[in-house]
Design a protein around this ligand. Structure first.
Ligand code: ADP
Ligand code: MG
Length: 626
């Protein structure tokens, strides 16, 4: 990899042709699309800033179909033309979905014997066509937000999908004009999102509890490849069931016997139940307001422990497939290395608690459970499209030279060491050097030598707005992040105010491998010189610090707390140190600092007393005994 260097604003050279690749989570309830942007997988948002696209399509007699939220709004009023949960039908034969059909409001076209079609205002439509509409909408979203044509996609499917279901999904993608590089199992995508494929081996359980379905998969990672050992689940179990149980409790609470409960009121109760459930992820209790069929309003309170009792049967029911999948895989709970949590319903605190207890293993919950599958798919797509080609990987998978910042004395403090594998993020805290310092200059360097002058300067920037503090009290956290493309960004953040500045450092191809090698060789040859230089610089900084501190103390209290003789002897010691700091070696400077410290001990003690006295003035000693 070339050295990292700052490019001029607006003139950054494109390091390599970046082909647009996306990952798509084509879900039963919701779908998402994600991509890897400068090394980070991100979910793409629609024009309203929403990440989810409801997997719903409404066909109309006159006009294009409506997709997503628009269609979702029509589910109640135009149910026959508004197709939801197409994923439950995709790749299935008419005979396969007989029992499913009983739960659906649609009219099926029984002429089309093999592939079931729903009769809509715009003609008969199969699940493949419905899915293609959803994929087309996602594709448009990506092209708008990425500004170009997509080169390839990875689409996720449930691990249990059979060949026909997978083929049908691919057909839908083809209809949508997408180039499918791979279909990826949803649980594998989730594992990839957590970087589990980067490990050498391991066995993971992927627990996916959504709105209407529950899936659990046991994956074994072996030499970078995930093998599905077992899958189990319940195609009619999820957050919707929790909502129903909570809604039933609500009806009991308000005395539903006296109510003329209509379907409109039931829907309202379900919506309120879902909102209450989601609120209880954050809060211990929540208010539910209902307008009753008789026109009056009613407020009830639901607390978390009551909800936990209500939804316990749903959570407990998910543990059966967990047990079965372990048995099918021929494993014990002890064999599982970790559990990856997927799906919106895993936000429910008791779900996390019970799953953790069941497996007695740690959970992976850091990635948004709605997005984790799409994110993993995007990461896979980015690799498959060749944005991280074998060449790139060879060059970019480790940091060739250390990265650091300049500290006092013209030295370099390494933040990311050479050979760290990327992507990598490291942070370190630095402090202020002077009393009342309100800005800090950050100089980013690359190289393995100790002195700034021997390393390569990559960037400089300044952090302003540090509140004035005593030297050494400021806490500035400097973070270095190198993404998978080898791009460095540096940020600095002051802890008390949160002020932050950041800068992207772009790769430069100005230096050859030979030059890098030369720099490395130099750093080894000069290692001994460097140590001396570093020690000297350190003592010089120490000396400056001591002088600065004494000067400001003398200015403040010198006349109050010292007589003339004491004062001039201190000033003489200080001048001596000043002269040595410029000309002496590390050892002699160190000695002079320690001499000056001894000389100023009495002064320091008097200042301490004085400041305690001023704090105590007007107070009783007992106030301080706490
Ligand atoms: P699907 O996999 O079926 O598409 P999702 O993974 O999107 O479903 O999950 C939807 C479910 O997640 C809904 O039941 C919703 O109520 C639930 N959910 C979303 N956010 C929360 C939350 N904060 N607390 C509890 N449940 C939540
Ligand atoms: Mg899902």
């Amino acid at each position: 990899m070339a050295l990292l260097q700052i490019s001029e604003p607006g003139k950054s050279t494109v390091p390599h042709e970046h082909r647009l690749a996306v990952g798509i989570d084509l879900g039963t309830t919701n779908s998402l699309i994600a991509t890897v942007r400068s090394g980070e997988a991100v979910v793409l948002l629609d024009e309203q800033g929403r990440s989810l696209l409801p997997s719903v399509v409404r066909y109309r007699a006159d006009g294009d179909p409506q997709i997503g939220y628009l269609a979702l709004n029509a589910v109640v009023n135009d149910p026959m033309n508004t197709i939801a949960s197409a994923k439950r039908m995709i790749g299935r034969k008419t005979a396969d979905i007989k029992s499913l059909r009983d739960h659906m409001p649609y009219n099926f076209d029984d002429e089309s014997a093999n592939v079931p079609r729903i009769i809509t205002a715009d003609g008969p439509r199969s699940a493949i066509e419905v899915s293609a509409e959803i994929l087309t909408a996602l594709k448009k979203r990506a092209e708008i937000s990425l500004g170009g044509d997509l080169s390839g996609v990875v689409i996720t499917v449930p691990a249990y999908f059979d060949d026909a279901q997978r083929q049908a999904t691919k057909d839908a993608a083809r209809l949508a004009g997408l180039n499918v590089m791979r279909l990826l199992n949803e649980p594998t995508a989730a594992a990839v999102a957590y970087g589990l494929d980067q490990g050498s081996e391991g066995v993971y359980a992927i627990y996916d509890l959504g709105g209407g379905t529950f899936d659990v998969s046991i994956l074994r990672l072996n030499k970078g490849i995930f093998e599905v050992l077992a899958t189990a689940g319940d195609s009619a179990l999820g957050g919707d069931d929790m909502d129903r149980l909570i809604a039933e409790w609500m009806l009991d609470e308000i005395g539903n016997d006296d109510l003329n409960v209509d379907s409109h009121f039931l829907r309202q109760a379900l919506v309120a139940a879902r909102a209450a459930k989601e609120a209880l992820t954050e809060d211990d209790s929540t208010d539910i307001e209902l307008s009753l069929p008789d026109g009056s309003n009613k407020k009830i309170v639901l607390d978390r422990s009551t909800m936990n009792e209500l939804i316990a049967p749903v959570i407990d029911k998910t543990l059966l497939p967990c047990r079965r999948s372990l048995r099918d895989a021929g494993l014990d709970k002890e064999d599982i290395d970790g559990i990856v949590m997927v799906g919106g319903s895993t936000r429910v605190l008791d779900v996390k608690q019970k799953v953790e207890k069941f497996f007695s293993k740690g959970l992976y919950t850091g990635v948004d459970p709605d997005q984790v599958v799409a994110i993993g798919a995007a990461i896979q797509a980015n690799i498959l499209i060749g944005n991280r080609s074998a060449d790139d990987m060879l060059l970019l998978d480790v940091i060739p030279l250390s990265l650091g910042i300049e500290i006092m004395g013209g030295m370099v403090e390494k933040i990311i060491p050479r050979n760290a594998t990327i992507p990598v993020t490291r942070a370190q805290e630095f402090t202020t050097y002077k009393d009342g310092q309100t800005a800090m200059s950050i100089h980013v360097l690359q190289g393995d030598r100790e002195l700034v002058s021997d390393c390569r300067s990559l960037a400089r920037f300044e952090l302003h707005g540090i509140p004035p503090m005593v030297a050494g009290n400021g806490r500035i956290k400097v973070s270095f992040q190198v993404d998978a493309d080898g791009l460095l960004s540096v940020s600095a953040r002051e802890a008390t105010t949160g002020v932050e500045t950041q800068i992207d450092v772009k790769p430069s191809y100005g230096l050859t491998d030979t030059e890098i090698e030369q720099m490395l060789r130099d750093s080894i040859t000069h290692a001994r010189d460097d140590v001396h230089a570093r020690q000297l610089a350190e003592q010089q900084v120490e000396a400056d610090r001591a002088i600065l501190a004494l000067e400001s103390a003398l200015e403040e209290d010198g006349h109050k707390l010292l007589d003339n003789d004491e004062r001039s002897s201190l000033i003489a010691g200080m001048e001596e140190l000043k002269a040595l700091a410029d000309t002496g070696d590390a050892e002699s400077i160190k000695q002079a600092i320690s001499d000056l410290n001894q000389l100023s001990e009495v002064f320091a003690a008097r200042r301490m007393d004085a400041s305690i006295r001023s704090v105590m003035a007007g107070h009783n000693i007992n106030e301080f005994s706490e």
